[in-house]
Design a protein around this ligand. Structure first.
Ligand SMILES: Cc1cc2nc3c(=O)[nH]c(=O)nc-3n(C[C@H](O)[C@H](O)[C@H](O)COP(=O)(O)O)c2cc1C
Length: 325
């Protein structure tokens, strides 16, 4: 039987299939089902920075929220039903009732709240922390340097407080992706999760208004994270986890060939149910036996770009060729 175990951020996972941060990992019953279905680990549903602010009664003072009564009430309601203290309880309970690694997830855009709270997450028993620093670079005044410094400040403040492995889940919008990711790794981040899928926007042309797009990804969204895992994982000393558009066992194999240590999946489980993890595992196992691989490490990173490969010109020629068929 093929060995699917992998080590991600120093955590031993029975399989590289992690259930990513979403509602499937937001309560203990569902977390237990993830484990039963064969998940290697779970990333808990994120706790949002605004929920911590709300519990400390300071949300109202936050400049970007001032005047947005609807947003304020929404976050306050969220906080009451699932606030920071409930989150700590969920970690403790999940550690007691399951044996897979439990990764806490914080969605943050400033470093100020994490100084105390990150420590509490560690005390509650979390095995690692994933920071989802989701900044959509849409501000006309903000330079790329300013935006990147937010990521660095958040990471610095959390790393200074805790000894747990820290992963950073980022989006795909950086002017210099490789340099930014390299700087994060240099600070001591143990895992890089590529890429967060931002809130999708759509337009209802009947009502002529902006509406929410499909919250679930489609399989053809795998291309961008696959490219970046392949481009960076062989050159940056950090573990990579891939997310977005991974819907089948074949997609997992691709990401591992590109160099991922693990994958974080969500949409495919919403569509096919948690037990689909078993089908994905079987697909990986049968491919491994077809190719005579006994373990994940035997083929991981086979197709990642290596440190000494200078392929810029080659990449550009491929691009020109693709457009001129
Ligand atoms: C309903 C739903 C809720 C989500 N909640 C979170 C969240 O709280 N924190 C987070 O980092 N990502 C969240 N995500 C993003 C997923 O963790 C994942 O990164 C993204 O959906 C891409 O993976 P996929 O293509 O397998 O869906 C959510 C996604 C969905 C569909």
């Amino acid at each position: 039987m093929a060995n699917l175990s992998t080590i991600y951020m120093g955590l031993e996972l029975k399989t590289p299939l992690i259930v990513s941060s979403c509602d499937l990992t937001g309560n203990i019953e569902s977390i237990k089902k993830c484990e039963e279905a064969g998940a290697g680990a779970v990333v808990l549903k994120s706790l949002f920075e605004e929920q911590i602010e709300s519990e400390t009664e300071e949300l109202i003072d936050n400049v970007w929220m001032t005047g947005h009564t609807e947003a304020f009430e929404y976050v306050r309601g969220m906080s009451m039903s699932n606030g920071p203290s409930t989150y700590l309880d969920l970690i403790t309970q999940a550690k007691k009732e399951t044996s897979i690694p439990i990764i806490a997830s914080l969605n943050c855009i400033s470093p100020r709240w994490w100084i105390d709270y990150a420590k509490q997450l560690e005390t509650s028993g979390a095995d690692a922390i994933e920071l989802n620093v989701s900044i959509l670079p849409s501000n006309l005044e903000r330079s790329s340097e300013e935006i990147e410094s937010v990521y660095m400040d958040v990471v610095d403040s959390v790393l200074a407080q805790i000894n747990l492995p820290v992963a950073v889940k980022i989006g795909p919008y950086f002017t210099s992706m490789a340099r930014t990711v390299n700087e994060l790794a240099g600070k001591g981040v143990r895992g890089l999760v590529l890429f967060n899928r931002f809130y999708q926007l759509d337009i209802d042309i009947k009502k002529i208004k902006l509406v929410e797009g499909n919250p679930l990804s489609s399989p053809n969204e795998i291309g961008n994270p696959l490219r970046w895992v392949a481009l960076l994982s062989g050159r940056i000393k950090c573990d990579f986890a891939a997310t977005t558009g991974i819907h089948t066992g074949k997609d997992v194999i691709k990401q591992i060939l590109a160099g991922a240590k693990a994958v974080e999946i969500c949409s495919t489980l919403y569509k096919n149910g948690l037990d689909y993890i078993k089908d994905m595992q079987k697909e990986i196992e049968s491919w491994m036996s077809e190719h005579n691989y006994d373990s994940i490490e035997e083929f991981r990173g086979k197709l990642s770009k290596k440190e000494d490969e200078k392929t810029e010109l080659y990449d550009r020629l491929q691009y020109i060729k693709a457009l001129n068929k």
